[in-house]
Design a protein around this ligand. Structure first.
Ligand code: PFF
Length: 454
């Protein structure tokens, strides 16, 4: 940053919670369960794990390297690693992807905040499958309430980001992540004791390879990127605030493991309920909003737990959004000379301008739901373009850049914290994977998705 000393997180624990706060979000609780449901359960899960291992963790490590080494925002970091007209655009594209994700993410986060409000009012007491479906339909179609809640979400997120790295992001994530974990466990206990729960668990864990088609594999790959906040400079930006003695390998492994665990726990809370109440596992984006009120409806203190659940989902969504907003904010502050506050306000306004389109097109009967391009409306396009195209493309560029432009000696120096950690074996493995395995897999899945190879 221009001459001024740059803020960092205050400790290793703060690094872990902030990074996990970025990874854990609506992706785990909303997207992971419904994509697993739509794509056949266990087989999808298996491909997803492989994507995390062979693509996700290596790209995360590349981003950690770029951020901590340069201590710059996504644009500045890649420009420093390889000056010239091309590679800095990993950062430009990252800022673009952050916006695209925020357009629809802020809309779904708005639904979650609204559900919390409704739970507080007692709207879900005595809910049945029919009324749960009707309430979700009314929430999504609006047209005013989804936009009002989207605005509220954006005000909360931008205010925290404006407060700074330690006072805003670190303080929020460190307090709230452990509570989130505990509450999902309580939901799980309830879900697996429902009658018929085993059918749901079987759906989640039964592996049927006939379900694996090229689009399913691309979806799993896109989900891995989305889940671990990769391919768009988020982890690069966060790593620029990491402490100098952080063990990057260990942080990546811990974050990927904890994040996957939260996704599985969310799946374990949702699928037994789906089967117990005779719902469709492939119900799409509404799955979470229709199942969770049902899980708690018929138990003592159910409404209290429902409030807690939506409170925690709001937290997960909020902490993930902090990291999304931080990408353009760090860019505007460090590259364009904005103050943190005005950068946060500007970012919020841009997100709202386009995010409204997502809110008004989330369902076929929404105000703009009839406007489609190639079968997808605004909401679906924002989601598809960012998760399935921009993030994997960004990830490919990051892996190629770090794998081929940075010397092994430089990698060794950064990952060993200047020689204080001894990790020669794992560094050699990492170097091999990002040079050959990760790019090859990304290219094959891409070519396949656009129909060039089958
Ligand atoms: N990882 C977040 C989730 O799973 O909800 C979403 C996300 C956050 C994606 C930050 C990308 C990102 F840069």
């Amino acid at each position: 940053m221009q001459g001024k000393s740059r803020e960092t997180f205050s400790s290793g624990l703060a690094v872990f919670f902030a990074t996990l706060g970025s990874a854990v979000g609506l992706g785990n609780i909303w997207k992971f369960p419904y994509l697993t449901g739509e794509n056949g359960g266990g087989a999808f899960l298996l491909v997803y794990f492989l994507c995390i291992l062979l693509v996700g963790i290596p790209v995360m490590l590349c981003e950690f390297y770029a951020g901590r080494k340069t201590r710059k925002n996504a644009f500045g970091a890649y420009q420093q690693i390889k000056p010239g007209p091309v590679w800095k655009h990993i950062g430009t594209m990252g800022v673009g992807s952050a916006y695209f994700i925020m357009f629809f993410y802020s809309c779904v986060a708005g639904w979650v905040y609204y559900y919390l409000f409704k739970a507080l009012k007692g709207d879900f007491i005595g809910v049945t499958l029919e009324t749960a479906k009707a309430q979700f339909g009314a929430t999504v179609v609006g047209p005013y309430s989804p936009i009002i809640w989207q605005v509220i979400v954006l005000i909360v997120v931008c205010a925290i980001v404006a407060a700074g790295v330690q006072k805003g992001i670190e303080k929020m994530t460190k307090t709230l992540m452990p509570v989130l974990f505990l509450l999902i466990l309580i939901c799980d206990l309830r879900a697996i004791t429902l009658p018929g729960a085993s059918e749901g668990l079987q759906f989640l864990f039964h592996v049927d390879f006939s379900k694996l088609t090229a689009p399913v594999i691309l979806t799993a790959l896109g989900l891995a990127f989305f889940k671990l906040s990769l391919g768009m400079g988020t982890m690069t930006t966060y790593a620029s605030y990491f402490t100098h003695d952080n063990n990057l390998f260990r942080t990546a492994a811990k974050v990927a493991t904890a994040d996957t665990l939260v996704s599985l726990l969310a799946g374990i809370a949702i699928f037994p309920t789906v089967f117990s109440f005779g719902m469709e596992p492939g119900a799409g984006p509404g799955l979470l909003f229709m199942t969770i009120p049902l899980v708690f409806s018929q138990m003592p203190l159910g409404n209290l737990l429902l409030i807690a659940f939506f409170f925690l989902t709001s937290i997960a969504a909020t902490t993930a959004m902090l990291s999304l907003v931080e990408v353009p904010v760090a860019y505007f502050v460090e590259e364009k000379g904005y103050t943190r506050r005005s950068a946060a306000i500007l970012t919020g306004i841009i997100i709202l301008a386009f995010g409204v389109l997502a809110s008004l097109s989330a369902d076929k009967s929404s105000l703009l739901g009839h406007i489609t391009f190639g079968g997808k409306g605004f909401f679906d396009w924002f989601d598809y373009l960012s998760s399935n195209i921009m993030l994997p493309l960004g990830g490919l560029m990051i892996a190629v850049l770090i794998g081929y432009s940075v010397s092994k000696a430089d990698i060794e120096k950064e990952f060993s914290n200047g020689g204080t950690l001894h990790q020669e074996g794992i560094i050699t493995l990492f170097f091999f994977v990002i040079r050959y395995v990760t790019p090859a897999l990304l290219i094959i899945v891409f070519l396949n998705s656009i129909g060039i190879i089958r």
